[in-house]
Design a protein around this ligand. Structure first.
Ligand code: GLN
Length: 190
């Protein structure tokens, strides 16, 4: 099963490398035709206002939203989490509007604009996950359909709603493949 990676901006190569390490074939998604034949899609980190505008310009916003509503597994990291959200506080930026999440952008304050921390994620089992945050968002509130996979000091940092998975941090910047493996396994992409 091929997995698409939205390749308009941001940490595309890192996700690609991670999936290749797992033996997964990837497709760079740059226009709507690239969505044909993929079993899942990754929305990498970057800058969400820019990526939203680029998705609209390349005609991807509506087809990706429709594919997500039709059940395509989508995993968003950081900017990807913002793009998946229905509610982005204090912003009218373009998004896919798929997850019942209320997101705060750049929400960790200047001191913590970028930071790393080991966080226990029960769904992954075993040792804590080394989470890297870069001008990260967090989810302040979720609807009933959302399962929280990681909460830290009232901030929701990893969550799932049906076929949608969202992380505020960057698993693709670590050597730990467990979150990508979780995405592949939970949605039978492997
Ligand atoms: N601050 C960025 C945004 O609002 C997200 C940062 C990231 O993806 N690393 O889109």
């Amino acid at each position: 099963m091929k997995v698409g990676i939205l390749a308009l901006q941001g940490a595309v190569r890192e996700h690609r490398n991670m999936l290749h390490r797992l033996g997964v074939e990837t497709v760079d998604v740059l226009n709507p035709q690239d969505l044909h034949g993929i079993g899942g899609l990754i929305l990498p980190g970057g800058e969400s206002t820019t990526v939203g505008k680029l998705m609209a310009r390349y005609g991807l916003l509506t087809p990706v939203a429709e594919a997500g509503r039709a059940g395509l597994p989508i995993f968003g990291t950081c900017t990807g989490l913002i793009l998946l959200s229905k509610h982005i506080n204090n912003s009218a930026q373009l998004s896919l509007g798929l997850m019942d999440t209320w997101v705060e952008r750049n929400a960790f304050g200047r001191q913590q604009a970028s930071f790393e921390a080991d966080m226990p994620i029960p769904a992954l089992g075993g040792r804590p996950f080394h989470a890297i945050f870069i001008r990260a968002p967090y989810i302040a509130k979720v609807g009933n359909a959302v399962t929280v996979l990681l909460r830290h000091e009232e901030k929701i940092l990893f969550a799932r709603q049906g076929n949608l998975l969202a992380a505020a941090f960057h698993p693709e910047l670590t050597d730990d493949t467990r979150i990508h493996e979780y995405f592949m396994a939970e949605f039978s992409l492997a």
